[in-house]
Design a binder for this molecule. Structure first.
Ligand code: AMP
Length: 425
């Protein structure tokens, strides 16, 4: 027997029964993003490897271990995008938006790729809903508050309420350096007890030690004195205003001085939203400011902030809540003889032309078997056409839920459409 080809590890097929959940999330997200005036941008799903190395940082987990590179003969290869920000900043600069606009609000919905070890909630292809605000006018604490509130409101609109928002600031690029030095100083005496990975991180990227899952590392991290001593007066004031604006909006948060985020480009505000019902992979989304990235990638010195939410994690968190209404088919037509089949096909397309979702059984069979198909389609109504109906130019309209059944004249399709749309039966 030929060997079966299966879906690549860490990826999944999203099959038709689940698709309405995805579409619901996506359309809700688009509606909210539109209300906040964020405009969609679509960038390629692969980019030059150098883009990710330069923006996310050479020593970060995502670049070091998880980039899925495409085989290429060229000197500079390509990689599937592991996140959205780098591509958007690349596009922002390439299209000279920094010279045309003082503030741009982008959003995106799409697949991301990371060569991770797959487990529940951790995939190699996953999907994110994200937003970025970039421009010379972006340096306002109200924009931090807007972006955080937007991510929280999206999750609420999806039907989630059991999540926690962790908030921190890394301060300016200089403050970040001071913070790194303080951490190094405190961690050095423990060097030999740190995991091998963390010993390397101590020299290369000390912040990543704070994200270590190693037990011994965590004990040492637990004893660190992490505060806000490294922050300049300006950074402190800025963070105070962000918190004030969030308080004003009624957005609840928990201060988390150890929250540093895994990527190199963050400065000032960083945040993460988690849902404890999710187990070890509990982050629903995260984001923060990246005021140096546009310049680092060759653009003007403009500030920026953004976030990304993981759709698979949102669906996992929603799975026991079932708050999203499943979209259902409105009508399913069954025909009991050849003449009825022809009439049924005509009726099917007349209903669709009226904007009513409809389908039919294209095969003749026993009433019992046709009713089974109608039932399986999960349609709200079954429309029955038999010899008697054809003679009287009517259709029997049956509401599956209530069992109520009426005959409706077929000479006025618009009236039949209204009856279905307004659920009169
Ligand atoms: P990150 O940039 O890693 O903080 O990712 C933002 C969000 O995307 C996370 O909070 C998750 O919800 C989601 N996410 C990141 N990596 C994965 C993955 N490998 N599988 C599923 N979701 C992910």
């Amino acid at each position: 027997m030929a060997k079966k080809i299966t879906v690549p590890r860490g990826t999944t097929d999203i099959l038709p029964p689940e698709i309405s959940l995805w579409q619901n999330i996506e359309s809700t997200a688009r509606k909210i993003l539109d209300i906040y005036n964020y405009k969609e941008i679509r960038t390629p799903i692969f980019e030059e490897v150098g883009l990710f190395k330069r923006s996310l940082g050479q020593t970060t987990e995502v670049v070091n271990k998880q980039l899925l590179e495409l085989a290429s003969n060229k000197e500079e290869g390509f990689a599937l995008r592991p996140e959205g920000t780098a591509s958007i900043v690349r596009s922002y600069i390439e299209n000279s938006i920094d010279r045309k606009e003082s503030l741009t609000k982008f959003c995106y919905i799409g697949p991301m790729f990371r060569g991770e070890r797959p487990q529940k909630g951790r995939l190699r292809q996953f999907h994110q809903i994200g937003a970025e605000v970039i421009g010379q006018d972006c340096g306002s604490p109200y924009i931090d508050a807007e972006v955080i509130a937007l991510s929280v409101n999206l999750l609420k609109e999806f039907g989630l309420d059991n999540f926690k928002l962790k908030l921190n600031t890394l301060g300016s690029a200089q403050d970040r350096e001071k913070f790194a030095a303080i951490l190094r100083e405190q961690l050095k005496p423990h060097r030999s007890k740190l995991s091998e990975d963390s010993q390397k991180r101590l020299d290369q990227n000390v912040f990543r030690i704070l994200d270590s899952k190693d037990r011994e590392d965590q004990k040492i991290i637990g004893q660190l004195e992490i505060g806000y001593d490294h922050l300049s007066t300006d950074s402190r004031e800025y963070f105070g205003k962000v918190k004030g604006a969030l308080d004003g909006l009624g957005v609840k948060y928990e201060l988390s001085p150890g929250l540093v985020r895994g990527l190199d480009y963050y400065t000032h505000t960083v945040f993460e939203i988690s849902d404890t019902s999710l187990g070890s992979q509990d982050a629903l989304g995260a984001g923060g400011r990246y005021n140096s990235l546009v310049k680092d990638l060759g653009g003007a010195q403009v500030d920026a902030i953004g976030f990304a939410l993981g759709i698979e994690r949102i669906l996992l968190a929603l799975s026991d809540k079932k708050t999203l209404e499943q979209l259902t088919l409105n009508c399913y037509i069954i025909a009991l003889d050849e003449v009825a089949l022809e009439k049924g096909f005509e009726l099917l397309n007349q209903l669709r032309a009226e904007g009513i979702s409809a389908d039919m059984s294209f095969k003749l069979s026993s009433m019992k078997s046709l009713m089974r198909s109608a039932n399986k389609s999960q349609a709200r109504y079954v429309l029955i056409l038999g010899e008697e109906e054809i003679k009287g130019n009517v259709v029997t309209l049956k509401n599956f839920e209530s069992g109520q059944q009426v005959q409706v004249n077929l000479s006025n399709i618009k009236e039949l459409a209204e009856t279905i749309k307004n659920k009169r039966v």
